[in-house]
Ligand binder design. Structure first.
Ligand SMILES: Cc1cc2nc3c(=O)[nH]c(=O)nc-3n(C[C@H](O)[C@H](O)[C@H](O)COP(=O)(O)O)c2cc1C
Length: 229
């Protein structure tokens, strides 16, 4: 199974989301020997932010692009190719100000490309090209945003990720959200990390089983998620 693993925390050794994504891949390796990783740290290799040149080039039909437009799109083309080549995406990030880190948003802006990662039909309908990939989001949050908590309504991260990847055809992502990791006492933080690790272990078992059976992301049901997919 070829996995594209993306980390997006500004923190390094102290990062919870990085530790959890590493933990997940270790669990998966224990279950499934054939794991090949394509790693991207978007805090180091940050995809370029959208510029005017990009905005024009991306919506110019491929056949009409000038060499300069092609050059503008080259890094996005390469990133799209990496995403499309993966069988699964493991995308780990902290919540920053109720949504995603800006470096991860830059990643989304780079991989959302007409007639590359989604097809645009003449009638305006869209066909996302990531229906084959399993997608696991690992998020870490300082507050507790689980259903019923006082911060529940502040979660702008989960819907944004679902919308962006659903548009690309990844309609059944799994979410493992570690929370609360900051605005809570030590016991609640420890429990939150343990809960996330348990959920990740269950997802690893599930992925290994479906990989052995040759099942794609489209057919995988997320059951271990802290947030319903
Ligand atoms: C700049 C910044 C903004 C943050 N904003 C939020 C927030 O809006 N909601 C929240 O629950 N936690 C917020 N946090 C807390 C982090 O999400 C939390 O500490 C998380 O565990 C960090 O993950 P990491 O250890 O992988 O970096 C914020 C942290 C930072 C540094």
């Amino acid at each position: 199974m070829k996995i594209m693993h993306v980390d997006a925390s500004a923190k390094r050794e102290r990062s919870n989301s990085r530790a959890l994504s590493r933990f997940f891949l270790e669990q998966l390796r224990e279950q499934h020997a054939d794991v090949e990783i394509d790693y991207l740290d978007v805090t180091v290799d940050t995809p370029p932010h959208v510029t005017e040149a990009f905005a024009i080039a991306t919506y110019t039909a491929a056949a009409d692009r000038t060499p300069a437009m092609k050059a503008t799109l080259a890094s996005s083309d390469a990133l799209c190719a990496r995403v499309l080549a993966a069988d699964a995406l493991v995308l780990a990030m902290p919540m920053y100000n109720w949504s995603m880190p800006s470096v991860f948003k830059a990643f989304i802006d780079s991989i959302t490309r007409t007639n590359v990662t989604y097809l645009l039909n003449a009638d305006g309908s869209i066909v996302g090209q990531l229906g084959r990939q399993k997608v696991l989001f690992i998020t870490s949050r300082g507050a507790d945003l689980r259903p019923g908590s006082s911060y529940e309504a502040m979660d702008a991260l989960t819907p944004a990720l679902k919308a962006a990847f659903g548009f690309l055809g990844a309609n059944h992502p799994t979410f493992v959200d570690a929370q609360p990791l900051q605005f809570a006492d030590q016991e609640a933080r420890t429990e939150a990390l343990a809960r996330a690790r348990n959920e990740l272990s269950a997802v690893a078992v599930q992925w290994a089983k479906s990989a052995a059976a040759g099942v794609s992301g489209k057919d995988t049901t997320a059951t271990a998620s802290g947030v319903a997919a």
